[in-house]
Ligand binder design. Structure first.
Ligand SMILES: *Cc1c(COP(=O)(O)O)cnc(C)c1O
Length: 411
């Protein structure tokens, strides 16, 4: 074989010990024994720290780095991130509870997401965090609840811009959207806020997710800063913070390459003087979920049966879409592609057969990898699915078919 085309997306260096993949420095089969079960998710602390370090080195120093907790809300991960990033963004009362249990200062926490309940708003106001208001009704609800509690609630307004993040995996802006208030309505909304008993702190403009093209990210960031600058003149108070979203993607599929952070950082540095001239003293925040945690996590399951059907090999594992919907291709993918996988107990063996890795669910959707070249694996071997640190366990239908939930460990 003289092929040079990579079989899967680039991976971070977990390390190997003999035939076994290391996760957090521990051989994966040993880790399975330590967790006491398969399947399980494992997140590598060192890789989480390395990723934040790479970002800090590339981004302008004055840009604040927030972690969007919905990507991975495991309490141990969130506490670990509390020591690495400058703030948290949450999107539910449940996530709010998790972050309030960490050492992150409450002033560095913000709460976005449509449809916040009065209960969630009440808890957020009492906690003293920033509420990213998604609608006019929500702004009024925050003002009412704050008044009732005797607290001046901090409010940033989420804007639905009139542009989108091009080539993003998920569009979150442009056109009609449930997120934020349409940019063209903002002048009116901002002037109506002047009389309310709230503290206006700034804007939140998040235009999309999972982008691997630095130029598209630059374009969205530039437009975001210009839009915020335009709106600032209508605001009831100076813009203290501008959350410009994130959208930095990670490579998942064959042929995808890493985003060039140097380019993203340089572009952003070039935008800083403009941001300061439009909004003097403004603090720029980027919020990242999958980029911070996605590549640091693996999902590990065990081969429980090996069978052949009409010329194809099926490795049947104890893990599947009920734990890892995204790897099965059913979480926002249009065309199913394989996440990077390996036989974690045969890292030195050459790939010698094309196999389908499937789960135990009685549905043809329960596929972890299709026609992937792997070393020969038998019952008892461990299959590792990489790029599983974000939108894994909590984005999966664990109750489907009534199998046990997977383990979860930070190492
Ligand atoms: C989901 C979400 C994020 C995180 O997106 P990633 O693609 O994981 O970086 C950030 N901000 C908001 C408002 C979100 O809804």
């Amino acid at each position: 074989m003289s092929q040079s085309k990579p079989r899967h997306a680039p991976l971070p260096d977990f390390g190997v010990d003999g035939d076994r993949l290391l996760v957090g420095g521990i051989p994966v089969d040993r880790l399975a024994d330590r967790v006491g079960m398969t399947p399980f998710y494992a997140y590598d602390r060192r890789l989480l720290g390395d990723r934040v370090g790479e970002l800090r080195a590339a981004l302008p120093q004055e840009v604040k780095l927030h972690y969007a907790v919905k990507a991975n809300p495991m309490p141990a991960v969130v506490q670990h991130m509390a020591g690495l990033v400058d703030g948290f963004d949450v999107a539910s009362g449940g996530e709010l509870k998790t972050v309030l249990d960490t050492t992150m200062p409450t002033g560095e926490i913000s709460f976005a997401g449509p449809g916040k309940s009065r209960d969630e708003i009440g808890r957020a106001v009492a906690a003293g965090i920033v509420i990213n208001a998604e609608s006019e009704a929500e702004i009024r609800a925050v003002a009412d609840i704050g008044a009732a509690q005797g607290v001046t609630a901090k409010v940033a307004v989420r804007v639905n811009p009139d542009f989108e993040l091009k080539t993003a995996g998920m569009q979150m802006s442009g056109g009609p959207k449930p997120f934020g208030i349409d940019a063209e309505r903002m002048p009116q909304v901002l002037s109506s806020m002047a009389g309310l008993p709230i503290e206006f702190v700034g804007f939140h403009i998040f235009s999309g997710s999972q982008n691997l093209r630095a130029e598209a990210i630059l374009e969205a960031q530039e437009k975001t800063i210009e839009l915020a600058g335009d709106l600032a003149s209508h605001a009831p108070a100076p813009v203290k913070t501008l959350n410009i979203g994130g959208g930095l993607g990670i490579p998942y599929f064959p042929g995808e390459t890493r985003l060039d952070l140097t380019v993203v950082g340089r572009n952003l540095a070039n935008l800083m003087p403009r941001a300061q001239s439009l909004m003097p003293g403004v603090e720029i925040v980027i919020e990242l979920g999958r980029f911070l945690v996605g590549e640091a996590g693996v999902y590990v399951c065990r081969v429980v049966d090996r069978k052949e059907s009409r010329g194809q090999v099926f490795l049947v594992t104890d893990g599947g879409l009920h734990h890892h919907l995204a790897a099965s291709g059913n979480f926002g993918q249009v065309i199913r592609k394989n996440y990077p996988v390996a036989i974690g107990t045969r890292m030195r063996a050459p790939a010698e057969e094309s196999v389908n890795v499937v789960g135990p669910l009685c549905t043809p959707l329960d596929v972890l990898s299709q026609k992937v070249d792997l070393p020969r694996a038998d019952v008892g071997d461990l299959v590792v699915v990489f790029a599983s640190g974000a939108y894994g366990l909590t984005a999966s239908p664990t109750a489907f078919l009534g199998h046990p939930a997977p383990g979860e460990v930070l190492v």
